[in-house]
Design a protein around this ligand. Structure first.
Ligand code: PHE
Length: 336
């Protein structure tokens, strides 16, 4: 029999057989019979190499076409046998594919929660620039060029002399210059430091700064405000401690620590095995800083604080490695 006829016969036989197939087992047998290692089409395709060049091309293309027809027929019938709908037969009554909806990053969630608490206490929520002049990031905060406090906040310097802000304190003088006194505002945002990264250090993290300036503002107001935030954020009593802290832009200055909620105060990588996490730097705004803000230090006083928002997120959710927060890893993010 000539090969063309033989191929067409194979195709006919196949179509006749596939038409009466009822089970996936029978279909699988059929596939083996035609396309398996010793299958009929396989034999034809293998023998192509013995043909003369002009024959090879003609017969080869027919053989391949038939092989593909058999394959696609098997695919279609597979769907039928399994009780599935064939592609071209769209069932518009079936439920559609679920589209996954994203959600806010845990840091953003905490930021929004804090903003709500502060708004309820009459604070404005402002945003500041992440690329900042040396003046607002250091100079106007009583940190002149020669001051050793600059070493503690090494950062990324840009070629034009600006810096990536090391803290949200850059907004203190900006705010006083713009709004004068009295004023209440918080500034959440991203800050940058030159850090070797580890479980508790990142080059990029979030702070929330607060500033309250008015007549007769005192440390009592500061402590009361801090207490309010923590009970609002943790919904439970959290142990805190206040110790003296040095920041050139406040006097007196404090560090407020929170008992480590990840390990319950026993010691872990997050609290560097001390049981306490430094959460807030704060104090009464230094008279020099008020002056930079064009506020009269004889008439007004104020407090400022810088809250480590990233640390707060870690404590709230018991996250023991800061690097997870910027990893973009969905296995992590989907937990919140
Ligand atoms: N800016 C300080 C820091 O990043 C924190 C701070 C803010 C301290 C305001 C006192 C007052 O470490």
């Amino acid at each position: 029999m000539d090969l063309t006829k033989e191929i067409n016969k194979i195709k006919e036989d196949f179509l006749a057989e596939v038409n009466i197939v009822k089970t996936s087992k029978a279909l699988a047998d059929l596939e083996v019979k035609y396309l398996g290692r010793k299958g009929e089409m396989t034999r034809i395709l293998r023998d192509l190499k013995n043909l003369a060049a002009n024959e090879k091309q003609k017969i080869g293309s027919l053989a391949n076409q038939v092989k593909n027809e058999i394959l696609s027929e098997i695919k279609k019938v597979t769907a039928v046998v399994k009780g599935e709908t064939i592609e071209e037969d769209v069932d518009i009554s079936r439920p559609g594919h679920k589209i996954e909806v994203g959600h806010l990053h845990p840091s953003t969630q905490v930021q929004y929660e804090l903003e709500e608490i502060f708004k309820s206490m009459g604070f404005m929520v402002l945003e500041g620039p992440e690329i900042e002049s040396d003046y607002y990031n250091f100079e106007s905060l009583n940190i002149p060029t020669y001051h050793p406090a600059r070493d503690a906040q090494d950062t990324f310097y840009l070629e034009d002399g600006n810096v990536l802000r090391t803290h949200t304190s850059n907004m203190q003088v900006r705010t006083m210059q713009k709004y004068g006194a009295p004023v209440r505002a918080v500034f959440p945002g991203r800050v940058f430091r030159y850090e070797a990264t580890d479980a508790s250090h990142e080059t990029t993290f979030y702070q929330l700064e607060g500033l309250m300036v008015g007549e007769d503002i005192n440390i009592g107001n500061l402590v009361a405000t801090m207490k309010e935030i923590f009970s609002g954020i943790f919904n439970k009593e959290v142990k805190v401690r206040l110790r003296p802290g040095y920041f050139p832009f406040v006097e007196p200055g404090f560090e407020l620590d929170v008992e480590c909620l990840v390990c319950g105060g026993k010691g872990c990588p997050v609290c560097k095995k001390t049981g306490w996490v430094e959460m807030i730097g704060c104090g009464m705004v230094h008279p020099e800083v008020l002056k930079f803000g064009k506020v009269d230090p004889k008439k007004y006083t104020g407090f400022a604080f810088g809250l480590g928002m990233t640390r707060l997120v870690m404590l709230k959710h018991e996250i023991d490695d800061i690097r997870l927060l910027l990893s973009g890893d969905l296995r992590f993010l989907k937990q919140f």
